[in-house]
Design a binder for this molecule. Sequence first.
Ligand SMILES: *Cc1c(COP(=O)(O)O)cnc(C)c1O
Length: 344
Amino acid sequence: MATATLTIDLNALVENWRALHAQTDCDTAAVVKADGYGLGADRVARALARAGVTKFFVAAAEEGASLRQALGPDPEINIFSGHMAGDTDMISDLNLTPMLNSVDQMLRHFEALPGAPFGVQLDTGMNRLGLEAAEWDAVQDIALAQNPTVLMSHLACADDPEHPMNAMQLATFKTMTDGLGVPRSLAATGGILLGDAYHFDLTRPGIGIYGGMPFVDAAPVAGLAVPVIQVRDVAEGETVGYANTWMATRPSQVATIAAGYADGILRAMGEHAWCYVAGKRCKIIGRISMDMIGVDVTDLAASPKGVELLGPHQSVDTLATAAGTIGYEILTSLGARYTRRYLG
Ligand SMILES: *Cc1c(COP(=O)(O)O)cnc(C)c1O
């Protein structure tokens, strides 16, 4: 096997969704934007649909169109970017539900597709998408007359339960939506973990389903096994890789493994990252190249055939920390070159 294998455990994925759902008394959707956080939106969404998920969210109408082909006519497919210019046919033909996020989008939607489903996105402080309180006051009668499926907003700091922004956004969301009789949604993964007050009628977890933080109890979903191309002896004082950044301080064995930054093993991980061989930790050494990485395997009893970069011993968040980023970016960076294997 010459290429690295990305294993996606759909049973673990479904288990994570169920565990998040079980923390609430409301409906739970699944966010499958960015190709299901890099793990394959079609496979991920079909597994979740089989497990009873009926509502999905993606970022763009194009993603929604492709998801509709994968899921068939029944599930609700919601679009975070709303109804953008040029999206009308796709929204209409594939029965997508845009989360309208500006007065312009409302006008476009009500004029082009009167009676077609939509939700409304409200800004409660993140200042990314959605109507602000004054705009919402001005248009809410018109919007409510068209029967929105949901009123939603998004938390900026939900991964930090102590952050005062959470309570502020919650209060703003309530002020903007209390008593309107429309289903409400505020929480993504982080918001679910903040507790009941944040759950409303529908939650929208993404990262927790894929096994990432802040869902500490998540089962690992992604496994990455990378084959060794070659093992060589390196004498004390010799260097490995571009720019000579690693020098052997003892006679060493160095394995060159078949993955690199083109596969999403971010170059910024540099020498802060580790991999595992049969549970034993081995240091990544030298610069990460486009297609190859050096690993110090001196302390192993035998030359390894391959190494584990993601799996039971190392989570996406551990790798993310090595690169100074978050699990979301590790997952969505995983490359197209891997052999993908789906379990379950
Ligand atoms: C991405 C996203 C989610 C899912 O967030 P996670 O942190 O991955 O659970 C939910 N709502 C909105 C608006 C998003 O953009």
